[in-house]
Design a protein around this ligand. Structure first.
Ligand SMILES: Cc1cc2nc3c(=O)[nH]c(=O)nc-3n(C[C@H](O)[C@H](O)[C@H](O)COP(=O)(O)OP(=O)(O)OC[C@H]3O[C@@H](n4cnc5c(N)ncnc54)[C@H](O)[C@@H]3O)c2cc1C
Length: 354
């Protein structure tokens, strides 16, 4: 019999299982999909924290301060722990002066963690709390469940594009609530990116390449012509707004002179060309290029309420996107939260000092 059951073989679940195994325990990992890695496998692989705790609080003002402190104080050591499994590093820089962290290659990171986690059962879904053994919920939140998005985020969020792995349909939330857990603040909050609007075709491997991350250089309007102006460096504010607009649509209209502006490693023109090639409606006139976009839900930010030992209910622990309270009111690295709280959950579930 396993010492610990872990639901989900994405970032948080594999980290929890790897930590459990390091402590000499025998974890059993169930993964609903036929492949491991969840949304981590599709991500950019940048695991980061704010450089300064005050900026973290300022960016995510409604989060639980104790959880934020744990993330802030433990991430650097946890990144070293991750590297000790042979997870391949691409860059020791986030490209953002406000943050610090490491960029990993997501497929290699998944492989390294699967090997460290050991017993991973694919295409097996956890449906209820197992009897007599601690449970770590790491099912990735509810970005892939239209009804839960409509209920908790907005009726328009049901029109969103799923910019994430399809397995995260709220199982952790349902199982945790049934076990007596409560919900965190911010259940209505999501992290999203504008994506090329229909009829664009977007493959799973293109979720990063096709994101339209240039609201700061554009005039952004909804289908009624109402304007939205972004003020957040992460553009999380546009994302939250877009999911509440009719059909989760927004039009990004860029003046020709801004097409050469760079956002991270791409120009605005390159992002628009990629959207057009994928099939999104793009209009060009003498002064502007206008792209129709749809909100692409990447991860939910609210979830089960946890304490500083990642405990959600008696014998039930939650981490990654299943746990809320880390980024409430803004945006922080989901991979970082999954790493830090995945380790904490495993230690607490096994009765070790967190
Ligand atoms: C395109 C893209 C880019 C991103 N870029 C970044 C980035 O650069 N930096 C960053 O910090 N974050 C990024 N993210 C977000 C990051 O991937 C997530 O925050 C992170 O993966 C969350 O970890 P998790 O373990 O909670 O969920 P996941 O990694 O998604 O894993 C959850 C797993 O649980 C499985 N599951 C669901 N229900 C069950 C069940 N009942 N039983 C068994 N298994 C189940 C799912 O199938 C899935 O495999 C990105 C995401 C995407 C999609």
């Amino acid at each position: 019999m396993a010492d610990l059951v872990v639901a989900g073989a994405g970032m948080a679940g594999l980290v929890a299982a790897a930590e459990a195994r390091r402590l000499g325990a025998e974890p059993l990992v169930l993964e609903k999909l036929g492949r491991p890695g969840g949304s981590m496998r599709l991500s950019s692989g940048v695991i980061w924290r704010h450089r300064d705790f005050g900026t973290f609080r300022g960016d995510c003002p409604d989060a639980e301060e104790g959880l934020q402190r744990l993330l802030f104080e433990r991430l650097d050591e946890d990144l070293g722990w991750l590297e000790s499994f042979g997870a391949p590093v691409v860059e020791r820089d986030t490209g953002n002066p406000l943050t610090t962290g490491t960029r990993f290659e997501p497929a290699g990171l998944t492989d390294a963690l699967v090997e460290a986690a050991g017993d991973v059962h694919l295409a097996e879904r956890l449906r209820e709390t197992p009897a007599g053994v601690p449970l770590v919920l790491a099912t990735g939140g509810f970005a892939a469940d239209r009804e839960l998005l409509e209920e908790h985020v907005s009726p328009e969020a049901g029109h969103a594009f799923l910019r994430a792995a399809p397995g995260s349909t709220g199982d952790g939330l349902r199982i945790g609530l049934a076990a007596g857990a409560g919900t965190s603040a911010g259940l209505e909050q999501v992290y999203a990116r504008a994506m090329p609007g229909p009829p664009a075709r977007i493959a799973e491997d293109d979720l990063v390449r096709l994101s339209q991350l240039y609201a700061r250089h554009a005039q952004v309007t909804n289908e009624r012509g109402e304007l939205f102006e972004t003020t957040a460096w992460s553009e999380i504010d546009v994302a939250q707004w877009q999911l509440r607009q009719p059909r989760a649509r927004a039009w990004f209209s860029v003046p020709l002179e801004s097409l050469g502006e760079r956002v991270r490693d791409r120009t605005v023109a390159e992002m628009i060309d990629a959207a057009e090639t994928a099939g999104a409606p793009v209009r060009r006139d003498e002064e502007h290029v206008t792209v129709e976009t749809v909100g692409g839900v990447t991860t939910t930010l609210g979830g089960l309420a946890i304490d500083e030992h990642a405990r959600a209910a008696q014998g039930v622990f939650a981490c990654g996107a299943d746990a809320g309270g880390v980024a409430t009111g803004g945006y922080a690295s989901g991979l970082a939260a999954a790493l830090v709280f995945g380790r904490i959950a495993a230690r607490a579930a096994l009765g070790e000092t967190p």
